[in-house]
Design a protein around this ligand. Structure first.
Ligand code: NAP
Length: 486
């Protein structure tokens, strides 16, 4: 275990002598995991006490920083988007250099990083959808939830248009991403207008004919992976009824234990049960849209409508087996839906020249020390965040990852393979020589101000002219680069 100080920060061995030049560290991925790692490294005791200096470059494949917060958090979650303010403060201090629009494996190789840095930390996260291997999953109108999230968050590399033609939609999964996807599909878009959603996303959602979104979990109400706040939020939508089904409310011994021992589960089961009761008490004034929550439904097949498009979905009804897991009952149920979104988890992507655990979607590592094919640490190469431990946990949890990874990096400090060219200008010269249009922190501040100005200048159509827009995101990569680079 790496040494950690009483303030919870990594400690480098005090007997280590100071070196003559700053330790050069590259961090690849400027989402929360990368920014936390950079921040923790600058605050570690050896650096703070002046034993040695660090010089950090934070690389990002997108022209803008903040990774998952900008391109993964739903626009109607301002509390979570607000984490950006803390990350902004870290990067605005000036002791971490941001270099955006630089892709690892394409613009710079591992060899390049090794030449210019003593250590490299990968914090590239997990952005792809986990696969769901069932017949029909490849039909038209069958989507990955993560791809839809990228679209509504204005990701620069996904198509601008999203087909929103379905009246009835299935969302598979009982995690927070499934809730985000379902909420964005069913919410009346006027409620999203005050957020940072790009104009094309508002227009697309506005034209959607959706009436019913069905969310399917394969286990019971006590096995959901939602969090209480995100679940309760569903009831705050205007003109959307939540529909539950009494036959889905099954609890086994393991469920009872979970309800007794886990406050979050208890709160969520209470919320769901209350909704079930309320729903049956008030069926007057029905809303124009409905969000159905189904449990104990295992996805079996996506059905073809005869033209290669989704025409329905078959599920097997499940029952709990006493341990909180579910087993099939042999009863099959068909739902007439015209689109399917799977939100069954994210998956990390392989990185050039590094080992990859395809099953878990992570870089094999031990506490953040990246391992080679034989299971030995690769000197000077580290990982943190979702690419280190898989796509679970809330944003704050990546701080713990970063602490551990930085602790090991500091422990290894004196044995790191030294950079051949540690001059910070050398990497800039190389990027320019290769014609890479990298963006900087000053560039991000320009783009940030530009987006805020677009929001301030916005005037809504009649009836919506009172809406204040904090920002409007710039979506095309070339526009982001042009504005950032002045
Ligand atoms: P998740 O929390 O792991 O949920 C995945 C869901 O998919 C589970 O309900 C799982 O069911 C289900 N699933 C997996 N394989 C399946 C299959 N083959 N068939 C049917 N269902 C399947 O993942 P996530 O929703 O992607 O979220 C990732 C992390 O980001 C989580 O920690 C989440 O809390 C966080 N997040 C937070 C927010 C927020 O607003 N606070 C928003 C988005 C994401 P089983 O449990 O049965 O495996």
């Amino acid at each position: 275990m790496a040494m950690i100080s009483s303030e919870g920060l990594p400690v480098s061995n005090p007997s280590e002598s100071s070196s003559s030049r700053p330790l050069r560290v590259a961090i690849v991925g400027a989402g929360p995991a990368g920014v936390y790692a950079a921040d923790i490294l600058t605050k570690s005791s050896g650096v703070k006490d002046g034993d040695f200096e660090v010089s950090i470059d934070l690389f990002e494949a997108y022209p803008a920083p903040y990774g998952l917060i900008r391109y993964g958090v739903a626009p109607d979650h301002p509390r979570i988007k607000g984490i950006v303010n803390a990350l902004h403060k870290v990067l605005d201090r000036g002791d971490i250099r941001f270099l955006g629009n630089v892709t690892y494996g394409r613009d710079l190789t591992l060899h390049d990083f090794r030449s210019f840095y003593d250590a490299v930390i990968f914090s590239t996260g997990a952005v792809k959808d986990a696969d769901l291997d069932i017949p029909g999953i490849g039909l038209q109108e069958s989507f990955g939830g993560a791809d839809f999230v990228s679209w509504y968050d204005g990701h620069p590399d996904v198509p601008r248009e999203w087909p929103l033609d379905a009246r009835e939609i299935a969302v598979i999964g009982n995690g927070n991403v499934a809730l985000d996807v379902a909420r964005m599909l069913v919410k009346h878009p006027e409620e999203l207008l005050s957020t940072e959603i790009p104009d094309n996303v508002y227009a697309g959602l506005k034209a959607s004919p959706v009436t019913d979104v069905h969310v399917f979990g394969r286990r019971g109400p006590a096995q959901v992976k939602f969090t209480p706040l995100e679940l309760r939020e569903l009831s705050h939508m205007n003109d959307v009824d939540i529909v539950l089904y009494p036959e889905d409310f099954e609890f086994d011994e393991a469920s009872d234990d979970a309800i007794r021992s886990n406050n979050q589960i208890k709160t969520m089961v209470n919320t769901l049960t209350n909704w079930l009761v309320e729903e049956h008490a008030e069926s007057e004034n029905p809303s124009s849209r409905r969000l159905h929550l189904h449990f104990l439904h295992n996805p079996v097949e996506v059905l073809d409508d005869g033209s290669g498009k989704v025409g329905g979905m078959t599920f097997e009804r499940m029952q709990l087996d006493g341990t909180g897991n579910a087993k099939g009952t042999g009863e099959y149920i068909e739902y007439p839906v015209q689109a399917v979104y799977r939100a069954i988890g994210y998956h990390g992507s392989a990185l050039d020249e590094l080992e990859y655990d395809a099953k878990r979607g992570v870089i094999p590592n031990e506490g953040g020390r990246v391992l080679d094919g034989e299971g030995n640490p690769v000197p000077g190469i580290y990982a943190t965040g979702w690419i280190k431990r898989g796509p679970v946990g809330l944003i704050g949890h990546t701080k713990g990852d970063a602490l551990e990874t930085i602790g090991f990096l500091l422990e290894d400090r004196l044995t790191l393979p030294p950079a051949k060219n540690p001059d910070p200008q050398a990497i800039i010269d190389l990027l320019e020589e290769r014609g890479i249009e990298y963006t900087t922190w000053e560039g991000w501040n320009r783009l940030d101000a530009h987006e805020a100005n677009l929001g301030a200048a916005w005037t809504g159509p009649e009836g919506l002219d009172h809406v204040v827009r904090e920002r409007i995101k710039v979506v095309p990569r070339e526009d982001m680069i042009r504005i950032s680079r002045g």
